[in-house]
Write a new protein. Structure first.
Length: 458
């Protein structure tokens, strides 16, 4: 299950990923760069309204960039801007037109580093401050992914929603904003944003000094079997059995559970394109993945003796598996599902433990048509991610990978080889919300030491 539930941390980690560019070169939109901030501006430790107004004027002089001041959305930054940056729909053929990509800029000081937070999805607000920005007391940009929300052309050319095209989007943003922010850059992202952070570094090794992906899977197949293996072995046997019995209890008491599923769906305002019964079964099957992703604490699961209603409340209010099949989810993050079945991989459900209890999904659930509309056909290509993995194995230095060992997305985590100096941090009993602040102090200190060394070399 994909959710934007991010915890703030105070300490941080960053990861350098030096990626070699492919020989094929894109056609680049030419930009006219304004003069960089004058010496008086860059030498000031304290930002003033006059400095920020000068920055705003400079941003608007960049070709293809529209910038507006906005109200600050957190206590960390006094100055924020919303940028609309013109991007080629196809970086290798600009005749196919352009779209505007939303980028939030949070300004602190020109003498500080810049953290590029790659969301991977929709950037609905600018209230999140990354761990990296907090530890470095840095500037930050927050980038919405291509073809999410309004960062899209009028008609989406789905075949151009690729790892490589998004990497070129982010490279263009870096090139533009380095006009003003000349100190070391750090890239970071969470979950799919972590994947995007890795992909950007694969193609543009010199854009940032350090990159820091969190809980980022790298699937080798459309349905990587390592996910099933993880779910069948994660945690303790007792806890896994508790999860299975919880699911079976809802399916065994189908009539009562289905009525309650409808009741709580109505309260939540959920509408299911696949119908109530199919979505009920999908939600029960999704439960194990979602539970290990976001919790892993079996003590929170209602006991076998608890009522069906208590179990249904847990499904909605603690894990919220049904939201994954709600109409707005299927629509709003369709670009993610497309990418999953096009390049980056997705997961399905095993049903052997529920034989005779499900009525609609009686065989292994592929989930392709759960998330991909019937009028869309997607052919999976494993090569882009495999190319990234092969590159990381030999060249992925100065990276710090952060995972939690309960998280099913961590089943396909990338672990660096001995050919590189990168760090791999996997928190015991950590889930998809794992951050650097959650690790023991000695681990944090070692990671931060590496971070400072890598930044100092730029």
């Amino acid at each position: 299950m994909i959710k934007n539930r991010f915890s703030l941390g105070i300490l941080v980690l960053f990861i350098i990923v030096i990626f070699s560019c492919k020989s094929k070169q894109p056609t680049v939109i030419e930009t006219s760069s304004p003069s960089p901030p004058n010496s008086d501006m860059t030498e000031k430790a304290e930002t003033t309204d006059a400095v920020v107004n000068t920055l705003l004027k400079g941003l608007t002089k960049l070709e293809g960039v529209n910038a507006e001041r906005m109200d600050t959305q957190n206590e960390f930054y006094d100055y924020m801007f919303e940028l609309q940056i013109e991007q080629p729909v196809d970086h290798f053929d600009v005749s196919k037109g352009t779209f505007n990509q939303k980028v939030y800029l949070s300004h602190l000081d020109f003498n500080k580093p810049m953290v590029m937070y790659l969301n991977g999805y929709t950037a609905g607000s600018n209230n999140y401050v990354t761990e990296a920005a907090q530890i470095l007391e840095s500037n930050q940009i927050h980038v919405e992914h291509r073809f999410f929300s309004n960062s899209r052309p009028e008609t989406i050319p789905w075949d151009l929603l690729t790892i490589e095209q998004s990497a070129y989007d982010h490279h263009r943003i870096v090139e533009l904003l380095k006009t003003f922010y000349t100190k070391p850059w750090v890239s970071t992202g969470i979950s799919k944003g972590g994947m995007v952070t890795i992909f950007h570094k694969r193609f543009f090794p010199n854009d940032v000094a350090v990159a820091m992906p969190y809980v980022a899977p790298l699937n080798r197949e459309r349905h990587d079997p390592r996910v099933y293996e993880h779910l069948n072995n994660v945690g303790t046997e007792k806890c896994r059995n508790t999860v299975t019995e919880y699911q079976r209890h809802l399916l065994i008491n189908r009539d009562e559970a289905l009525a309650l599923f409808e009741k709580y769906s109505d309260k939540a305002g959920y509408v299911y394109p696949h119908g109530l019964e199919a979505s009920f079964e999908l939600s029960v099957l999704e439960f194990s993945f979602a539970f290990w992703q976001w919790s892993g604490d079996c003590a929170t699961i209602p006991s076998q003796e608890s009522s069906v209603e208590d179990k249904m409340k847990y499904l909605f209010y603690t894990i919220d598996a049904p939201s994954f099949f709600n109409e707005s989810t299927l629509t709003d993050i369709l670009p993610f599902f497309y990418q999953g079945y096009y390049e980056i991989g997705m997961y399905g459900y095993e049903v052997d433990k529920f034989k005779g209890l499900t009525q609609i999904y009686t065989e292994e659930v592929d989930n392709y048509r759960t998330f991909i509309p019937k009028d869309m056909d997607v052919i999976y290509n494993s090569e882009p991610v495999r190319d990234v993995i092969n590159w990381l194995d030999e060249n992925g230095n100065n990276m710090i990978y952060i995972y939690g060992d309960l998280d099913p997305w961590g089943a396909t985590a990338y672990e660096p080889t001995e050919n590189t100096n990168s760090l791999f941090l996997n928190l015991e009993n950590g889930n998809h919300g794992t951050r650097l602040i959650n690790f023991p102090q000695d681990t944090r200190v070692a990671a931060l030491d590496s971070l400072q060394v890598w930044i100092s070399r730029r």
